[in-house]
Design a protein around this ligand. Structure first.
Ligand code: FE2
Length: 462
């Protein structure tokens, strides 16, 4: 389940791996609902009505495996709480608009969108990054999926945001790794909306992007785009379009008191995606400029790669973080040098597309990311250092790294930085739980194994 274009609306999407009937021609729109051909459709049946949407065939590039991708936009999602199920339909040539089932109904689900569930005056959101259900060896780690599923079922959370690195990797094993992950989150993602941001592990096939000046690091994001992005002109696209974005790589939405902005941080790292920086930053500035802080007092940015972190001496928490923070050195940008291969300081050049001036200008409260596999949080910070050592009326942005929701750890090999407030050196798998009202935003980092609190802090405005 994803969000739609209004607080009451949503989009239900699913993938059927059953081989579609080769005799049925596909038309990517309901326009084909006529005598001129045949088409696949998607149906969500609720207790008192049903909605029809798109279904499209997706043939995966690397292996040629075919899946049926379905997406249904629902204007009023309040009825989902009375139970709903899904299936695919088809029309065949000459049969007019008569739709016949392709597959049987799914299990019965019970879902809710945040607006329909807000019985209290608190917005409650789960935030994760770097999470899989697949393990290369048994017991390799504890995934946060069961704990978050319990929280959604119990009404503790209204929505999940997964900020990149989905299933390690969504495209692997001809996409079957992605299928397995979607099955693993099914109970969770059918109960509350589940929003995906893109990480570096959604790259897909790396030799196709014709826009790339450095083909070896080109990305096509195939599985991500097909499953949750753009293939069916639905998925997350309706929400993205509603926020003025042309793509599901960057978009924004509101949940109660919080305005969330999701961005693609790979655009700062890989030369082949530098072209995306300008449109993304122009959109982001316009989006942040339009936020009504009376309505949504909190602004949270979801950025897969950490803008502030501590790890070791590789480029993730040094050159790469700084390139996002201060912008790319113009020479790296113009010569299409991957920032991980940039030699020398980042700051102090003629930097372009730095995110921190934008975070400061629009008073972004919190940035959540992952990529480095551990939990750490900063004090309110700016320009590489903390600006205060508490969270009362912060004059900087707080950076939370939670890239350990279901994956093995990255050890801290460096000491605390000036901006570091706390970090979990036991590397227990965990997920973020943000609860916000008009004046207080409480972040609880909850353990994957039992949902208990690993860490908690409160940002307050007085
Ligand atoms: Fe990552």
């Amino acid at each position: 389940m994803s969000l739609g274009s209004s607080p009451e609306s949503c989009v239900i999407s699913w993938v059927s791996s059953s081989e579609p009937n080769p005799d049925v021609q596909f038309y990517n729109s309901t326009e084909s609902d006529s005598n001129t051909g045949s088409a696949y459709f998607a149906e969500v049946q609720m207790s008192s009505s049903s909605s029809i949407g798109y279904a499209s065939l997706y043939t995966e590039n690397r292996c040629g495996t075919t899946r049926l991708m379905s997406s249904v936009y629902i204007e009023d999602c309040s009825d989902l709480s009375n139970g709903y199920k899904v299936r695919n339909l088809q029309t065949t040539s000459g049969s007019g608009s008569k739709k016949t089932p392709v597959n049987s109904f799914s299990d019965l689900f019970c879902g809710r969108v945040p607006s329909a569930s807000s019985t209290s005056s608190i917005s409650s959101i789960a935030l994760v990054a770097d999470m899989s259900d697949y393990m290369f060896s048994p017991g390799e780690y504890v995934s946060s999926i069961p704990s978050m599923t319990d929280a959604a079922t119990n009404g503790e959370i209204d929505l999940v945001i997964h900020g990149g690195d989905i299933s390690y990797d969504i495209d692997d094993d001809c996409g079957r790794r992605g299928d397995g992950f979607m099955n693993a989150i099914q109970q969770l993602s059918t109960t509350v909306p589940y929003i995906f941001g893109v990480g570096d592990h959604e790259g897909g096939r790396k030799d196709l992007n014709v826009d790339c000046h450095a083909p070896s690091s080109g990305y096509d994001y195939e599985g991500f785009r097909m499953r949750v992005g753009e293939a069916t002109n639905a998925g997350q696209m309706i929400m993205a379009h509603a926020s003025g974005s042309p793509t599901s790589f960057y978009f924004s939405f509101d949940v109660g008191f919080v305005h969330f902005v999701v961005i693609n941080t790979n655009a700062w790292i890989h030369a082949c995606q530098y072209w995306m920086l300008k449109p993304q930053m122009m959109w982001m500035e316009a989006d942040l400029n339009s936020v009504d802080r009376e309505k949504t007092p909190w602004v949270v940015v979801i950025a897969h790669r950490a803008i502030y972190c501590v790890k070791n001496d590789d480029s993730e928490c040094t050159t790469e973080s700084e390139a996002m923070r201060y912008g790319l050195p113009e020479a790296a940008y113009k010569k299409n040098i991957n920032i991980g291969e940039w030699i020398g300081e980042v700051k102090g050049h003629d930097n372009v597309f730095g995110i921190e001036p934008v975070l400061g200008k629009y008073k972004v409260d919190l940035v959540f990311g992952g990529h480095t596999h551990h939990y750490e949080r900063s004090y309110p910070s700016y320009d590489g250092v903390s600006v205060q050592k508490d969270y009362v009326n912060p004059k900087g942005t707080v950076f939370v790294v939670g890239g350990i929701a279901g994956v093995g750890e990255d050890a801290f090999e460096e000491e605390y930085a000036d901006f570091t407030a706390w970090r979990d050196e036991t590397y227990r798998e965990s997920w973020g739980h943000l609860k916000a009202n008009m004046t207080h935003a409480v972040w609880t980092q909850r353990l994957a194994n039992d949902g208990g609190a690993l860490d908690e802090f409160t940002i307050s405005r007085e």
